[in-house]
Design a protein. Structure first.
Length: 214
């Protein structure tokens, strides 16, 4: 049984979520559970807690995304669509021009992202490509949930993107140490907030990155 409490409540964290948006999120959860029988989208151990473990977890980044100057968000290694599909569903009625670009090199997962985008009529662009081979990319926000370690994401941002405003990342229970270790080789500004779904995790917004010499 999927834990649907988050969908039953009108409040989605501090956000007012319409009945239609709630319905889309619940249906999206069901699609993942169904597809998970064919391809590995999420760990089977998290199926029963999908709305807490994956949907809510993805949705909490909306505070960094729902801004007037943010029109494009690029999701790296999105897999089943976390957080990109969730954000796209949340933003669909708030800002129809908001677009999510996905880079997911898996054929099957990319197809699933396309199916979800078509099903929910989302403003997306699905790229079945290796992000490491792409150059001169442009976006407003780079976001990644469980793709690569922080230093690798910073490398991608500085090497493969020619323009972006900031990066939004999830860090686990050793997040503070990871930030401090990464600051030994990089300089950047960052904001952090505690995860609403895991008390040991952090969500960080990183900007003005520059690699140190040596």
């Amino acid at each position: 049984m999927i834990d649907s409490e988050i969908i039953k409540n009108k409040k989605f964290f501090s956000l007012d979520v319409s009945r239609e948006t709630s319905k889309d999120l619940m249906e999206y959860s069901s699609c993942i559970i169904s597809k998970n029988k064919e391809i590995n989208l999420i760990s089977s151990s998290t199926e029963k807690s999908i709305n807490t473990r994956h949907i809510q977890d993805s949705a909490q980044t909306i505070d960094f995304i729902d801004k007037k100057d943010i029109k494009i968000c690029t999701d790296l290694g999105s897999g089943a669509g976390f957080p990109g599909i969730v954000l796209s569903i949340l933003m669909k009625h708030k800002n129809p021009l908001f677009k999510v670009i996905f880079y997911e090199k898996s054929f099957h997962k990319s197809n699933f992202l396309r199916e979800m985008s078509e099903k929910f009529k989302l403003n997306t662009e699905i790229n079945q490509k290796n992000i490491f081979k792409e150059k001169d990319l442009e976006t407003d926000v780079i976001i990644s949930r469980a793709f690569k370690p922080l230093p690798k994401i910073l490398e991608i941002a500085s090497t493969n993107f020619k323009n972006y405003k900031y990066i939004v990342l999830y860090l686990g229970k050793s997040g503070k140490k990871i930030l401090n270790d990464t600051l030994k080789k990089w300089t950047f500004d960052y904001e952090q907030k505690k995860s609403l779904t895991n008390q040991d995790s952090l969500i960080v917004k990183i900007s003005n990155i520059e690699k140190k010499n040596g």
